[in-house]
Design a protein around this ligand. Structure first.
Ligand SMILES: NC(=O)c1ccc[n+]([C@@H]2O[C@H](COP(=O)([O-])OP(=O)(O)OC[C@H]3O[C@@H](n4cnc5c(N)ncnc54)[C@H](OP(=O)(O)O)[C@@H]3O)[C@@H](O)[C@H]2O)c1
Length: 348
């Protein structure tokens, strides 16, 4: 028997309203790790907090591929850990494994078929990258751009990225540059973030949407208009970007985080003016869901891994320690407390 800590859902924030740390509760439970056939005991190394989890806090998630978290039940999401002991043929003690449904628990008994073995060499031992740049957010950036971005090398394309200092946005902007855009402009929420994406990640320009007038700054920094828009946020920022997009340009509809604390469908309805802009300028704006492209994941993860190893993509992370801080870390990420991927380190 062993004592383990876990995080359960304490309450729901209500469909209109920001989540608060008190929506989560830490518990201690006793784990009896006598494994059945097919089961493994895992030790959690890193857990992920992601915007889609806001939907899982609602009783009705609004998406058929997302199940709601249940009150007083263990919360789950992306995680990486190591096999402590195994009664599953596919795994041996010491293997590093990931899951999209990792319980927010320091140790857990899991079914082998819910886990995927990963190669630590892909991330040079930096295992938290499996939750970000060499995981789902990196894939979202790369596959979103490749499937919906239509970047043409040599065509002098200008790309704009909103949520540019976040997990998806920080990688998307760098891929835009590597795939041949001559200009990549990022929009994000603080001067520190602006500095990081320009000086560390090689964005051409950054706009702090809290302090600067976005339309004016876009006009200055995109003299040839905008050809590709990687949209993480929606709302007024996206209205401003779309107003300056070129004829026949493309939007990667990655996410709309500015609307996630509101009771609206996904994707949220657009203003009449923005709809008119899309139509009159023949701008594509197709919904993109990374989970629909998982057949391309292995090749894409290799590409991301090579770019990171060679230094052409830099990875930013905000790491918080301790399972007791899961709720704080989630709420902080939802309000912009992170630069790069928000990670919670659970154990060594
Ligand atoms: N389509 C897919 O398959 C897929 C997969 C993964 C993620 N996503 C989407 O991608 C987006 C980014 O996710 P992520 O995991 O990379 O998170 P993230 O960008 O690392 O973190 C969220 C960021 O959103 C920004 N934000 C919060 N409220 C905002 C507001 N009202 N207006 C503008 N920005 C706001 C904050 O940065 P600031 O300081 O800049 O405000 C915050 O850091 C989300 O919309 C998510 O739903 C989509």
């Amino acid at each position: 028997e062993m004592q383990v800590q876990r995080v359960v859902l304490n309450s729901r924030p209500g469909k209109n309203g920001a989540p608060v740390p008190e929506n989560f509760r830490l518990e201690e439970i006793t784990l009896a790790p006598d494994l059945k056939d097919g089961e493994v005991l895992v030790r959690t190394l890193y857990l992920s907090v992601d915007p889609y989890m806001r939907c899982r806090m609602n009783e009705d998630t609004g998406a058929d591929y997302l199940t709601p978290w249940q009150i007083s039940k263990c919360v789950d999401g992306g995680g990486v850990g190591v096999i402590d002991s195994s009664r599953c043929n596919n795994f041996a003690a010491g293997d590093v494994v990931i899951s999209f449904n990792w319980p927010w628990q320091t140790h857990a008994v899991m079914t082998g078929s819910d886990l995927q073995k990963v190669d630590p060499q892909l991330v040079d031992g930096h295992l938290s990258y499996f939750l970000g740049a060499v995981g789902i957010t990196g894939l979202t950036a790369l596959l979103g751009i490749r499937e919906k971005g239509h970047i043409t090398k040599g065509a002098n394309h200008t790309m704009v990225v909103s949520g540019a200092a976040g997990a998806c946005g920080s990688i998307a902007g760098q891929i835009g540059r590597l795939d041949g855009c001559v200009r990549v402009v990022g929009i994000c929420g603080s001067d520190q973030k602006c500095k990081a994406i320009v000086e560390d990640l090689g964005f051409s320009t950054a706009i702090n949407y809290h302090l600067e007038d976005v339309p004016t700054k876009l006009k200055e920094s995109c003299p040839d208009g905008i050809d590709v828009y990687f949209d993480n946020v929606g709302g007024a920022i996206s209205d401003a970007v779309i107003a300056q997009m070129n004829n026949g340009s493309h939007i990667i509809l990655c996410g709309q985080i500015s609307q996630y604390n509101k009771d609206v469908p996904y994707p949220p309805p657009l203003s009449e003016e923005t709809q008119k802009n899309l139509q009159s300028k023949n701008i594509t704006r197709e919904r993109f869901t990374v989970l629909n492209y998982m057949s391309k994941a292995d090749a894409a993860l290799c590409e991301l891994s090579q770019w990171i190893k060679s230094g052409r993509i830099k990875v930013l992370e905000t790491v918080v320690n301790g399972i007791e801080n899961m709720g704080d870390a989630f709420c902080s990420m939802m309000k912009g407390g992170n630069i790069g991927k928000q990670i919670i380190k659970i154990s060594h």
